[in-house]
Design a protein around this ligand. Structure first.
Ligand code: PLP
Length: 403
């Protein structure tokens, strides 16, 4: 909705971006409202239920009267559990004082910038990438400097040469989303070391967006924070959203050096006061209770990933890498688009939605493509669509692309 003509909206609002996947959601909803069947591959929401033990713990918390404000950085037991979780999985030496509980992972992005970026500072961020990075950097008067992602063999990885070349004396912050939305890119151990060396050499403070750290089908996730010298300069974005299917609960945390976490505490005071009290007990149960629910979620997502990748790779002009992590696929469709006579993503997606009901995002929803980018990509999330619907929807897409 555009503001009224004479309504005095703050100038900074013009700098605020959006999560354009929600635009696709609106188009899909409009298509469905006309009585059409929609296959929802557009939004990274999860259509699986939060594990029962977590729901029960929340009921108990409410009945036990945990309904007032909590300390601004969260209840001590959850902060301790998060510190322990980090230390066990990332080899760090955090304590509760290194943790500020947040209403979701997303608020960590804006607060990291508010705490550490001055106007005019340059911030390196992945593009393609989560669109909120660029939106928040611009909103707070920083200068967003993108670095890309590339295909290397049969995987996506970050373009660290480009990252290095983009560093200037004005670069102050670096955002890394190792286990990456939208491509599933992840660093090899050597690549992590190289990024750490760059961050230390150029004295960069680093946001480690590890939203997908636990959405992994094979092997073990590793974090940049484990590299020597990185814990001192990094803030981890942790979220309960993905691992425990808790997107709508809004629970996450910022984890990092005490002096930075203290700033997060002050920002919390000025903003939400605290994260919902009973939800914090849900998080405590999620981390310390029975893990069967989280394992079942992962097993279900893995089946979806396998089927969707396999089907995409049978389509004319489509090539899809099968990432080990996240719940996204990022198939290359350069040839498929050319075959169908499309150059514009919007028109291509609209035609697919109209003719097949399949709703997806494209590369253009994850930052402005660089002028040098020739290849075309779509992004499919399989977290919000059941296996039968994946099969049916992608069968229709295959027919559309082959016709
Ligand atoms: N970071 C990345 C890369 C994401 O994809 C998302 C959600 O899609 C988030 C952070 C934020 O998730 P939440 O606010 O639900 O924790």
């Amino acid at each position: 909705m555009s503001p009224k003509k004479d309504f005095p909206v703050a100038k900074r609002i013009a700098n605020l971006g959006s999560e354009t996947a929600f635009v696709m959601a609106a188009q899909a909803a409009a298509h469905a409202a006309k009585g059409n069947k929609v296959y929802p591959f557009h939004l990274g929401d999860i259509n699986l239920k939060t594990p029962e033990n977590i729901i029960e713990a929340t009921h108990h918390a409410l009945q036990a009267g945990h309904t007032g404000y909590t300390p601004n950085t969260g209840i001590p037991a959850l902060r301790e559990a998060l510190a322990k979780e980090m230390n066990q999985t990332r080899g760090t030496a955090y304590s509760a004082e290194n943790v500020a509980v947040q209403p979701g992972g997303k608020p960590v992005i804006g607060k990291f910038l508010l705490a550490l970026m001055n106007p005019g500072d340059e911030v390196l961020y992945p593009n393609p990438g989560f669109p909120i990075y660029e939106s928040q950097i611009t909103f707070h008067n920083g200068i967003p400097v993108p670095y890309g992602v590339q295909v290397s063999g049969n995987r996506f990885t970050f373009n660290i040469d480009q990252l290095e070349q983009a560093i200037t004396p004005k670069t102050r912050l670096l955002i890394v989303n190792d286990l990456h939305n939208p491509t599933g890119a992840e660093c090899s151990p050597e690549e992590r070391q190289r990024i750490a060396e760059l961050a230390i050499r150029h004295n960069l403070l680093v946001l480690l967006d590890e939203a997908y750290f636990d959405i992994r089908y094979d092997g073990t996730s590793a974090s940049l924070v484990s590299e020597a010298g990185m814990a001192e300069r990094s803030v981890i974005l942790y979220t309960f959203s993905k691992r425990f299917a808790m997107t709508g609960w809004r629970l996450g945390a910022a984890i990092g050096p005490k002096h930075i976490i203290n700033i997060f505490a002050t920002l919390n005071v000025n903003d939400e006061s605290c994260t919902s009290h009973c939800t914090q007990y849900a998080g405590l149960e999620a981390l310390t209770g029975d893990q069967q629910g989280a394992q079942d979620i992962l097993a279900c997502l893995e089946k979806r990933r396998n089927l969707a990748t396999e089907l995409l790779n049978t389509m004319e002009g489509v090539h899809c890498v099968r990432p080990n992590t996240t719940f996204y696929l990022y198939p290359e469709v350069t040839e498929a688009m050319a075959n169908k006579g499309y150059t514009d993503y919007g028109e291509f997606l609209a035609a697919i939605l109209q003719q097949t009901g399949v709703s997806m995002c494209a590369r253009s929803h994850f930052g402005t493509p660089a002028p040098t980018e020739q290849r075309k990509y779509l992004r499919l999330a399989y977290s919000g669509i059941d296996i039968e619907m994946i099969e049916e929807g992608l069968e229709k897409l295959k027919i559309f692309l082959g016709s």
